[in-house]
Design a protein around this ligand. Structure first.
Ligand code: FMN
Length: 200
């Protein structure tokens, strides 16, 4: 049985453009994998706490030396990492907010980056410890940024997932969503790409 991990990060939850498209990805993926399992994380409905000093300390403390409070903190990170490790494919809805990814998505990523668990340091630099798997980013944007300096998301998302060892990254862009003349065509084009990517 195949497992798809879906992460939605629109503040509008299922009503966001990125979530709507990512939900359509899931529908197409389930048509191709009728016995498949979908694990859903909606970061607007269930936000992940932002990184703080207690969390970093807990991550840096060896398992056998952690207090109960530290272990409780690490348990959330372990759960999120296990969801990613156990997924065969991942789809992430990524709105563009104020030139960056939603802070909820950054908070989620901050739980995934764990030295000795998802990456390790070597003499030649850091090495990702996760097995490669397809990760599909559905990027919803009010304007047009792809290939421009204003696209702060693409290089950040690729760098982060490459750092963990995941290199099979696919971007589906729905841009110009705040521009009336562009919106419909953008959504139609994105939907076509989503159907193809989900059925691959
Ligand atoms: C708080 C906020 C900030 C935004 N910032 C940008 C921006 O910096 N650049 C841009 O092109 N669009 C921006 N937009 C437009 C969104 O990218 C667009 O509405 C997109 O559909 C958001 O995804 P969502 O509908 O899944 O939430 C912003 C929208 C909101 C609500």
């Amino acid at each position: 049985m195949s497992t798809l991990l879906q992460i939605n990060s629109s503040v509008f939850s299922d009503n966001g453009n990125s979530s709507t498209l990512s939900n359509e990805f899931v529908k197409s993926w389930l048509a191709k994998h009728p016995d498949g399992k979908v694990v859903v994380r909606d970061l607007a409905k269930n936000p992940i706490p932002h990184l703080d000093s207690n969390t970093v300390q807990a991550f840096f403390t060896p398992a056998e030396s952690r207090t109960i409070e530290q272990q409780t903190i690490v348990n959330l990170s372990d759960t999120l990492i296990a969801e990613l490790v156990n997924a065969d494919a991942v789809v992430i809805g990524v709105p563009l907010y104020n030139f960056g990814v939603p802070s909820t998505l950054k908070a989620y990523f901050d739980q995934l980056a764990r030295a000795g668990v998802t990456f390790k340091y070597t003499e030649t630099g850091p090495v990702g410890l996760l097995a490669d798997k397809p990760v599909h980013f559905i990027a919803a944007r009010g304007g047009f940024h792809q290939g421009k300096a204003s696209d702060s998301q693409t290089s950040f998302l690729s760098s982060f997932f490459n750092f963990l060892g995941i290199n099979s990254i696919n971007y589906i862009y729905a841009e110009g969503l705040s521009i009336n003349d562009a919106k419909d065509k953008s959504l139609t084009d994105a939907r076509r790409e989503i159907e193809q990517a989900a059925a691959a």
